[in-house]
Design a binder for this molecule. Structure first.
Ligand code: NAD
Length: 482
């Protein structure tokens, strides 16, 4: 990271125009943020769980009142439709409410002591100053999934939003940091070099990261060098299995939504579709018809279904994946091309005749693409679902309970959604198997990720123990024997 103040352009993906130039945080500003967080951490330790919960509910109220403004900022900087961004603010506030309360009864437990008169305590304590680094696709929600449990557990936070989407985060920070002890919640701005400097900063005790596998590996390596705790939420390539006992129209519409939500730029976007042979043609036709009815365009328009991709690079990757699949024999059933005169739009796309070795079936595409593969059995679908080095989420459509259980047990993924794609639950853990990450967010696990565990062993009697020195021979009376 350079010591001088550079600036970064924030670009509206719907128009390609620069909205604002945001200063990149300098090394000195980063030092100040970490030092202030350390100071705020000391003060926060003196605030009771009840008071913290009240503050969190105030944070939640404040964000709810600013929902229109925050959703507008997110739409301008990220291109996600306004409707989806408004929902995101709602989920963000729910996360603060949940962790404010959960933390009050998650301070530890009492295991059975070694002797009856003793007391054994397991005490949950904060880790310290946590660096929270997030991507651009859900800027406020993914920040909340970290900073709500981290702060609720008593930590301090320095947050770094993506260089693509700093504006809503900066506004959220301005709205809520004053409700907390001074410095407790800091924010720094910039791209990877600022993120890396934060992870390397000696005043940081833990990193909570969401982003790509590639960056996650780098962050994990720095954390390993420093023997520092790292929670890594990385990319996915989620499978979507459709059995032949379901209403094909409903399954196809669920599939298209799971693939095209936020223009396919969700870490748990469905990206591979395994459909039972008897219904495969009907499924492709239903997906085509649904996709062609979607409204693409201005993400601020509340009737827009699909907005732009985040930038030219993101759209280029989708074009490469689709182009290579077509070159290798796949057929474009719908979409497969850019949309509009400006911005980074790409039409929702349905592909048939795709093969397992195509990149569109192996690497994260992060775009609105529905590649469909016919399968002959559920076992074949489950085996295919487990065939890539990701394991974030998976979706299944079936009415058959036995098949639900087979999928639940057989699919290696952090979340398996059955007949209700992509529904997150604050009270249940979220994260990945394998290459999709290390650790969990949300639920109790998402709080424990930010807690140290201390065992305290108390014996109220001050007495010499019989197993101390001196050791003696077996035949010596009064001595310890083996
Ligand atoms: P990215 O990895 O490029 O960037 C993520 C964040 O890391 C950004 O803030 C970036 O500035 C920062 N960064 C970049 N290099 C860094 C470095 N060397 N050290 C520290 N920080 C660094 O990812 P992205 O393009 O912003 O987001 C898309 C990716 O995020 C996709 O792979 C997606 O699947 C993943 N994602 C995962 C989840 C999840 O919960 N598992 C959720 C959303 C997105």
């Amino acid at each position: 990271m350079s010591g001088n103040n550079g600036r970064m352009d924030v670009i509206n993906p719907a128009t390609g125009e620069t909205i604002e130039e945001v200063p990149v945080s300098s090394a000195a500003e980063l030092d100040t943020a970490v030092a202030a967080a350390r100071h705020g951490f000391g003060e926060w330790r003196g605030v009771s769980g009840l008071e913290r919960a009240e503050i969190f509910h105030e944070v939640s109220r404040t964000l709810r009142e600013a929902a229109d403004e925050l959703a507008t900022l997110m739409t301008h900087e990220g291109g996600k439709p306004y409707v989806e961004n408004h929902d995101e603010v709602g989920w963000t506030t729910a996360c603060f409410d949940y962790y404010g309360e959960l933390a009050r009864d998650s301070v530890g437990y009492l295991p059975a002591p070694i002797e009856p008169q003793q007391l054994a305590l397991v005490v949950r304590e904060p880790v310290g100053v946590v660096a929270c680094i997030v991507p651009w696709n859900y800027p406020l929600l993914l920040a909340a999934w970290k900073l709500a449990p981290a702060l609720a557990a008593g930590n301090a936070v320095v947050l770094k939003p993506s260089e693509e989407t700093p504006l809503a985060t900066r506004r959220m920070h301005a709205l809520i940091s004053g409700l907390l002890p001074e410095g407790l919640l800091g924010a720094v701005y910039g791209a990877g070099e600022v993120g890396e400097a934060l992870v390397r900063h000696p005043g940081v005790d833990m990193v909570a990261f969401t982003g790509s596998q590639e960056t996650g590996r780098k962050v994990g390596m720095i954390a390993a060098e420093r023997l520092m705790r790292a929670n890594l939420e990385l990319g996915g390539k989620d499978p979507f299995i459709v059995c032949d006992d379901v209403d094909v129209e409903v399954a196809a519409q669920g599939a298209v939504w799971a693939a095209c939500l936020n223009a396919g730029q969700v870490c748990t976007s469905a990206e591979r579709f395994y459909v039972m042979k008897p219904i495969a043609d009907d499924f492709v036709e239903a997906a085509r018809s649904f996709v062609e009815g979607l409204k693409i365009g201005d993400p601020m328009d509340p009737t827009t279904d699909v907005g732009p991709l985040i930038n030219e690079g993101g759209r280029g990757k989708v074009e490469r994946h689709v182009g290579e699949a077509v070159r290798d024999g796949a057929r474009i059933v719908a979409g497969g091309e850019r949309w509009g005169e400006r911005g980074f739009f790409y039409k929702p796309t349905v592909l048939s005749g795709v093969g397992p070795s195509m990149r569109v079936m192996r690497d994260e595409t992060f775009g609105p693409v529905v590649p469909v593969v016919e399968v002959g059995s559920l076992d074949e679908a489950i085996e295919a679902a487990n065939s890539v080095p990701y394991g974030l989420g998976a979706n299944v459509y079936t009415r058959d309970f036995e098949k639900m259980l087979r999928c639940m047990r057989g699919i290696r993924a952090g979340t398996v959604w059955i007949n209700d794609p992509l529904t997150d639950n604050d009270a249940a853990p979220f994260g990945g198997y394998g290459g999709s990450g290390i650790g969990r967010e949300l639920g109790r696990e998402g709080l424990e990720a930010f807690q140290e565990t201390k065992h305290v062993h108390i014996d109220p009697r001050v007495e010499k123990k019989e197993w101390w020195y001196p050791y003696g021979r077996d035949d010596e009376p009064g001595r310890r024997t083996i």
